[in-house]
Design a protein around this ligand. Sequence first.
Ligand code: ADP
Ligand code: ZN
Length: 486
Amino acid sequence: EADRNKVDLDFQYPDNWGREVLNWVLFFGVMILIWVFVMRRIGGGGGPGGQIFNIGKSRAQVFEGGKSTDVNFNDVAGLAEAKEELQEIVDFLKNPKRYTDMGAKIPKGALLVGAPGTGKTLLAKAIAGEASVPFFSLSGSDFVEMFVGVGASRVRDLFKQAKEKAPSIIFIDEIDAIGRARGRNVNMGANDERENTLNQLLTEMDGFGTNSGVILIGATNRADVLDRALMRPGRFDRQIFVDMPDLKERMEILQVHLKPLKIDTSGIDVEFLAKQTPGFSGADIANICNEAALIAVRKKKSSVDKQDFLDAVDRVIGGLEKKNKIITVEEKKAIAYHEAGHATVSWLVEHASPLVKVTIVPRGRSLGAAWYLPDERHLTTTEQMLDEICAALGGRAAEYIMYGKVSTGALSDLEKVTKQATAMVTMYGLNDRVGNISYYDSSGQSEYSFGKPYSEHTARMIDEEVSKTIEEQYVRAKKILTANKD
Ligand code: ADP
Ligand code: ZN
């Protein structure tokens, strides 16, 4: 009886050491993987092993002249003045003795200043190509990395390599990433690493003899933020401005980039295309030529024709067409009125840029667009700015007139208008009440970066005048549209 509740207990001690070992192996395995990963990151990726010892080695690409940079001045369209200035550097690299015999000192560096895509890199490569010398290129942001001392040792290493191969060219793109004026932005904590890099760069530039045959070419789109020490004679003592191309230069650039394309036999009117692309940089134009070829392929054509180029221009300005985006009929109607408002006002005011095209096909992030052909002028008068503001407000004004209410669709118009009106008042001195004062600081090195350079009273006046300028033009746009509603 008593045995019925008795349970047989059988204790087993499983042999678990195997799993324990596995756990440890896994643990160390993961640690090692993380270690390897971190080391790769430091070493800048690529090849196996030994990365940790290469932290400070410059990653400059080496192109042997005549081989890898097969670019020469003929590939650079326009930019006649820049090429002329740089020709001297080419002559020196080719024939240093003529200069040293004369006792002349050759500039150690030239700074190319211009908007992105205007051909600065291309020019630097062309110098190396023309002179058939090695070309070392690095971007300013490559120098500035997270480890202390890396930037400075990269600079040292780069100059060492270049000197070994002299005569040679060192090209540093985005030099403002290292060359920004020191001692600013105190509030953000001084960027010691960048400062060290800049100091090393200055030391190297002073260190190499004038006639060592290494020429440093820097590129930036903001010369104004560069440390003044970089501009001292004996460093970047030449500044060469690389401007946005004008009509004639755009024609030349088009010709360069049309060459490799298979063009329709009826030909392409280069002048017409150049006129359609105001404000385009060389890179934009190169992009359009390539885009046109892609479009022709997509349409299964045998050659690229004019329409492909026009489509490419639209695409580059406006982004990809989104024909499938769902927009209700009411929305479409509102967009159509909005764009028609822009069109009408810009026709009827005297100075606004002529309208090229209005569309309600959504592209990129916008639902519709009106495109203008701006005059290539260098001076803008008060009347022209006001007319442009008026035309930009024409969209919202049309919505108001047709529906009695306005929508969020005018965001980018309002942004543009606000910037323009603010610039009129605070930068260009085009406002009677604020007067002939400009708070624009072209040096970017002002002492009063902590606060506004004007009093509270002036601040209020600026706000009032900006608002007044815009509201006046809005009223004007509404008046023009009401009078021409039909
Ligand atoms: P940046 O260095 O000024 O930003 P790039 O030199 O990299 O501009 O230019 C990008 C591309 O644009 C070049 O590779 C070239 O195809 C084209 N490009 C720019 N300017 C010109 C020009 N003046 N002539 C011919 N092609 C140009
Ligand atoms: Zn608009």
